[in-house]
Write a protein that binds this ligand. Sequence first.
Ligand code: UDP
Ligand code: MG
Length: 320
Amino acid sequence: MKKNVRHTIIIPVYNEEAVINETYRRLTRVMESTGEPYELLFVNDGSRDRTAELIEGFAESDGCVKLLDFSRNFGHQIAITAGMDYARGEAIVIIDADLQDPPELIPLMIDKWKEGYEVVYAQRSKRKGETLFKKWTAAMFYRTLRALTEVNIPLDTGDFRLIDRKVCDAMRSVREKNRFVRGLVSWVGFRSTAIEYVREERFAGETKYPLKKMLRFSLDGITSFSHKPLKLATYLGFVISFASFIYLVVSVAQRLFNIGVVAGWSPLVACLLLLDGVVLIILGILGEYVGRIYDETKNRPLYILRNKQEVEEAKPEIEV
Ligand code: UDP
Ligand code: MG
C-alpha cells in the first residue's frame, strides 16, 4: 500500500512532550494547505518522557505520521540523518520540534523548490527569546567557522531547510560519524537559495542543547570542515622561537655589557607555565582530531532503532 509522497517533514524530537501536540497540529494544518501528499517523519531520539507515546497516538488516527524510534539518545544531527535515510518525499524539510522554526514557512520553501532550487535554507534575521549568551556564542561560532573553512556555509542558518531528493541521496552517501549536517549540505553542493525569518521563542519546554552539547556540536563543525587549528602549532612554534631568539640576544648583550639585573625566578616560572599552557592546548587540538579519526575507524552504525512505526516500506536503499 505504498502511497506516493511528495513532501517529507523530518522532525527530530528529544523530550518534547510539552510541545509535540502543538507541533503536530500546526504542521498538519500547514501541510494540508499545500494539497499535496506528505508524511510527518518524527525521529524520537531516545526521549525519556511521553513523546514517543504521543506520536504513536497521532499515528493511530493519521496515516501521514511516521515514527522512527532510537534505542537511546544519539543526538540531534544523527536523528536528522536517520530521517533522511527513511524519507520518501521528493522534497524533504528538516524542522525543529519546538516551533522556533515556524512551520508556516514551509509552503514558501516549497514554492522556491518548484522554481528549481534544490536547497532552500532559512536564515535567521532575528532570534527571539534566547539568552544573550546563546545569541552571542552562536554569532561567534558561525563567523569563526566561516573564517576557518573553504566550504561556503551560510551564516546564521540552522538545519531548518528544504532539500531536494537529489540532495538527500547525496547526503545519504556521506556516512561520517561526527556529523555537522548543515555543513554537509553545503559540501554536497547543488543550487541553493535563502529565505529570511525571525526565529521564534521556544513554544514550551527547555532547550535540549546544554552548553556541553553546544560545545561538542561546534567542535564537530570546525573539525569536520577545517584543518586550520592543526596548523596553529606550526605558527605558534615560529612565533615563539623567534621571540626566544630575540630574548637570547638581549640576554647575552646584557651579560656582556653588564647592564640590567638578574631578575630571579618569577619570570622564568611564568615563561615555563605559559609555554606549558600552549603545548597543552595544542595537544588538546590534536586530541580532538585523533578522537574523531578513532570514531570513524570503529565503523559502528550511526544509530540503532528500537522500532519503526509505519515506515517498513521505506527501507533505505543503502546499508546504514
Ligand atoms: N534534539 C534531538 N536530540 C538531542 C537534542 C535535541 O533530537 O539530543 C531535537 C529537539 O527535540 C529539537 C531540536 O533537536 O527538536 C533542536 O533542539 P533545541 O530546540 O533544544 O535546540 P536550540 O533551539 O535550543 O538550539
Ligand atoms: Mg530550539
